[in-house]
Design a protein around this ligand. Structure first.
Ligand code: ADP
Ligand code: MG
Length: 323
């Protein structure tokens, strides 16, 4: 069976040209460019909680980085460095180095795409848990925050929502998707696309931003709370896939659209005066950017359906301590 150090050496030690010092010492050394602030974020994925224990290791490696890249996107930061902490069950290491190889492949594949260097981490034995910390750079004072929304701002969403939650409902046998729907929705769940380029381009355009990881209502709710404002959104203005359209307005589909997790799209607000620039950015990035509502003074989030009736949901989003 490989030792902790064999694992680190074999699978997680790669050149880190953007760091002063990478894996192998007691700490990594990095040097942010001058005039930049460091944006730091951690996300932990626990087997049985965030993914099925038998999940495809390559996709898991990809996703464990992708969810962190999404946090950088939401801040408008450029991701640069990452650390990776792994708790691995003994039997998995003993019998199956294939798992480690595939996991590393998925992780480094996406890291390479975004020029992110793995500079450190920790490897230990325990129930399968993956924790990635990402460090990014953003120009001093320019990061997109949750607290910048102002009454009158438009509310925008990138891409479309709900497919990952629909795919999860299928995997949990709460719904049975057809093969073409599975093909459309499953990638959203297992290989989400973090909006890294878009996030950086939103600096100077967006007043506030968040990534939709726990469900639109919950995450937009965070913007409202941080900004001390209210909002009204129209459910029918939210872009969704052809598969999702097949199931709306069933309750489960509405729940996936409004409160499903794992979308990793960006929700941001911007003054009306920026509409033209945001539409141009959408064309330039080839990412749909859709206005779904408006920030108002006050408190609370009002969701209207096509007929103008209020939509109410039992749960607003994913909360680990409430499920
Ligand atoms: P320490 O005992 O000082 O915590 P470790 O033996 O845990 O050091 O780690 C040795 C080196 O390997 C460190 O540079 C650490 O950052 C790195 N490392 C450990 N686990 C991982 C991992 N899963 N991915 C990347 N680097 C790792
Ligand atoms: Mg250690």
């Amino acid at each position: 069976m490989p030792s902790e150090f064999d694992i680190i050496h074999r699978y997680f030690t790669r050149p880190a040209p953007s760091a002063v010092l990478g894996v192998g010492d007691d700490a990594a050394l990095i040097k942010p460019a001058s005039g930049m602030e460091l944006a730091i974020s951690t996300d932990m994925l626990v087997a049985g909680q965030h993914f099925f224990a038998d999940a495809d290791p390559c996709k898991l490696g990809y996703k464990s980085l992708a969810v962190n890249l999404s946090d950088m996107a939401a801040m408008g930061a450029r991701p640069r460095w990452a650390t990776l902490s792994l708790a691995l069950p003994k039997p998995m290491v003993r019998t199956d180095e294939k798992w480690l190889k595939a996991f590393a492949e998925g992780f480094f594949g996406l890291a390479h795409t975004h020029q992110v260097d793995l500079v450190g981490g920790d490897t230990t034995c325990g129930p399968l848990t993956i924790s990635v910390t990402i460090l990014g750079e953003v120009a001093k004072g320019k990061a997109l925050r949750r607290s910048g929304a102002k009454p009158g701002d438009d509310i925008w969403i990138s891409g479309h929502l709900g497919d990952a939650a629909l795919a999860l409902a299928h995997e949990q046998q709460r719904i049975v998707l057809k093969p073409d729907e599975i093909a459309e929705c499953l990638p959203a769940l297992y290989t989400p696309m973090a909006r890294v380029g878009l996030g950086q381009r939103l600096i100077g355009l967006a007043a506030s931003a968040i990534d939709v990881s726990d469900g639109l209502l919950a995450d937009l709710g965070h913007i409202l709370k941080s900004s001390n404002v209210a909002a009204i959104i129209k459910m029918n203005d939210i872009r969704c896939s052809a598969s999702m359209k097949q199931y709306l307005p069933q309750a489960l589909a509405i729940e996936c659209l409004l409160a499903g997790g794992d979308d990793y799209e960006l929700c941001f607000t911007a003054p009306r005066s920026r509409r033209k620039k945001i539409e141009a950015l959408s064309r330039d990035q080839e990412i749909a950017l859709t206005r779904i509502g408006r920030i108002r003074e006050g408190e609370g989030l009002l969701v209207l359906d096509a007929a103008g009736n209020t939509v109410t949901l039992e749960t607003k989003g994913y909360d680990h301590f409430r499920v």
